[in-house]
Design a protein around this ligand. Sequence first.
Ligand code: SAH
Length: 356
Amino acid sequence: MKEILQDLNTEEIRELVRNAGEKPFRADQIRLGLMQGKRISELPVSPSLRALLCERFEDEPVRILKKYVSADGTQKYLFALADGNVVEGVLMAYKYGNTQCVSTQVGCRMGCKFCASTLNGLIRNLTAGEILSQILVVNREQGGTLKDRAVTNVVLMGSGEPLDNYDNVLRFLRNLTAEDGICISARNVSLSTCGLVPAMYRLADEGIPLNLTISLHATNDEDRARVMPVANAYSVADIMKACAYYFSKTGRRYIFEYSLIEGENCDEAHALALAALMKGKPCHVNLIRLNEVKERTLRSVSEKQAYRFLGILEKNGISATLRRQMGADIGGACGQLRASYLSENKENQGGNQDES
Ligand code: SAH
């Protein structure tokens, strides 16, 4: 694979242009065009500079391969990367704007038992520009511009563990929030982690006011390890300490994701344990009924059970919501779309560029 031009920040593009012996304003043209979701071959620069760029960089690092629209309006994208790998993303419409969920890795090595992303392990990290380009191409496809964005909020909750690809994710965040780019405020960005504690401390020290979300799914290490192997490496107690540190550094409330899984974590006792763990902390709990993944045996709870669980948290003074299940009819859960695409296309994986 060639290099990814969208990895570069403004200063690096300036340097590239300088080294090519081109006028400085070319850097602004390149940056602007890229942020509008253009391919290199579409950039409004001289043909010689375009040719130079095309030689070294991927013309179109992220291409929309397929789009599915759910009955509830949720749009799910399957993206093709330049090396033929595919990742997925979702665009969800809320009252306050459109939230795009992006992937940070092809596959994942965290091994959560309910998740489709991790079924074939980690294939590779996405570069910063590949993460950003998912947003740039969707913003363009939706008719958004840099001034009037179609994508207003971003969540790092697609395939992959963002903190397992730390440097690229940080570079992505800096480029996403840069004033001369698509300029999505860090306050409108949520990073979700399965709880890689050392990286949580590192992130707290970066001084980026983004929303930190932790996938908890159980309140004690033994229960948690049954569904999340990462619990063998980092304890719930250590996660809570890292969250407190995050709050002390950023002043931002943190959020816990808790997927309700039949027979695992959704009894009254579990709700009371969760309430006790959350008590007095500057946090919020997002409950979600498990999205059932066909390759997995874990099952969801009924809506009634989910509301009962929510009620117990609320009665105990915990700020909590039951998230609407969006796009379940189009494979809304992490990695489901890629998994079904891969199984349908087993014979011609890699470089498959058929439909769009
Ligand atoms: N690796 C990161 C981000 C990606 S997953 C993390 O673990 O947080 C985004 C969220 O979806 C996580 O809370 C994850 O646990 C949850 N998730 C994954 N598969 C799911 C499923 N089938 N049903 C419900 N939630 C799921």
